[in-house]
Write a protein that binds this ligand. Structure first.
Ligand code: SF4
Length: 338
């Protein structure tokens, strides 16, 4: 017998599978609270003022409540110390899923909701969606029997919501594997046309980003601000305790300027066309000179021996200038964080 007020917590990514899962649950007369996690490792700016994100668009179009949750230090700690190890890069997908579902369970309890659901599909991602791994996630997040996967339900044991008749199992699906044509066809039949690509924008699967992240983790300096900085520009390690980041273009320069901390040193070459460089860490005259040389190397003035580089602390308007030595290209490459 179906309760009239069944409520479910759905994990929402803005991708195809999660929006289909919501649609299937809503069609059964169940109210949905969608939870969208924003991690510090997402490629896209999570929100541009005035522009609707895809999860917001899905919530408006389908008619469900959306909660957006920004993950911080506890999530960064998890990425640094995963219990189940990394995937192909620095993506500990199993730990990450367990973390998401633990949070979803907390919300389920706070809201008096009945179960949690997700758009996962059996065997779609070999590293995290094997049958055994789905079960581990369910168990470790303390949601055994209460984690429903509507798109692939017929391939899994019935959950409590199905057994108790809160959800009609007959109306759930049997998708499996990497072929996404059935999902695309179903979305079309629902009139759903906009969704994120399967890659999803998690930078933990990007080798370039992970090289920089590993450098940060090795130095123990992985706060949210430093992680944001990894997303743009050129990065150089000048000493175990000093790092230089240069913008590649005006957009990077603006982004870096917003991230500069009081104690950071900012450098720019005279003559225009210069990156904004941020020098962070323990700084001495040699490091400063090296940072100025690198800044000039990437400016329009790279071949002009007399052009100076301006230097100031982020919290000050006082500027000094130096004319740095020309940099050896071999040394430059040896300092680059890859
Ligand atoms: S790809 Fe990134 S966000 Fe997705 S589960 Fe893996 S670590 Fe988490």
């Amino acid at each position: 017998m179906k309760d009239k007020n069944i409520k479910a917590i759905g994990l929402i990514s803005g991708g195809l599978d999660s929006v289909l899962a919501v649609k299937l649950i809503l069609e059964q007369g169940i109210s949905v609270i969608g939870v969208h996690f924003i991690t510090p490792f997402m490629a896209q700016p999570s929100k541009v003022a005035g522009i609707e994100t895809l999860p917001q668009k899905h919530a408006r179009q389908l008619g469900f409540e959306l909660r957006t949750i920004h993950l911080g230090d506890d999530y960064i700690h998890l990425i640094k110390n995963p219990q189940w190890g990394y995937g192909s890069c620095m993506n500990p997908c199993l730990d990450c899923h367990i973390f998401f579902f633990q949070k979803a369970k907390e919300i389920m309890q706070e809201e008096g909701a009945h179960f949690v659901f997700t758009g996962e599909v059996l065997e779609q991602r070999p590293k995290s969606q094997k049958r055994m791994l789905l079960h581990i996630v369910e168990k470790k997040s303390d949601l055994e029997g209460y984690l429903l996967r509507p798109l692939t339900a017929h391939r899994l044991e019935p959950t409590v919501p199905e057994k108790l008749g809160w959800v009609n199992r007959e109306k759930l699906l049997n998708f499996a594997g990497r072929n996404r044509k059935p999902q695309i066809a179903l979305a079309k039949s629902f009139g759903i046309t906009e969704y994120h690509s399967p890659a999803g924008g998690c930078l933990l699967t990007d080798p370039n980003f992970c090289g920089r992240l590993k450098d940060l983790f090795d130095r123990g300096a992985a706060d949210s601000n430093s992680i944001q900085m990894l997303k743009v520009g050129r990065h150089f390690r000048l000493s175990p305790y000093a790092k230089l980041v240069l913008g590649r273009d005006e957009r990077d320069n603006r982004f870096l300027a917003q991230l500069a901390l009081e104690q950071d040193v900012l450098l720019e070459a005279d003559g225009g066309g210069s990156p904004l460089s941020i020098l962070r860490g323990e700084i001495n005259d040699n490091i400063l000179s090296l940072a100025a040389s690198i800044t000039k190397r990437f400016s329009r003035a790279r071949n002009s021996p007399d052009i100076a580089v301006r230097i100031r602390h982020a919290n000050s308007t006082l500027t000094t200038s130096i004319i740095p030595p020309i940099l050896d290209e071999g040394l430059l490459e040896s300092l680059r964080i890859k």
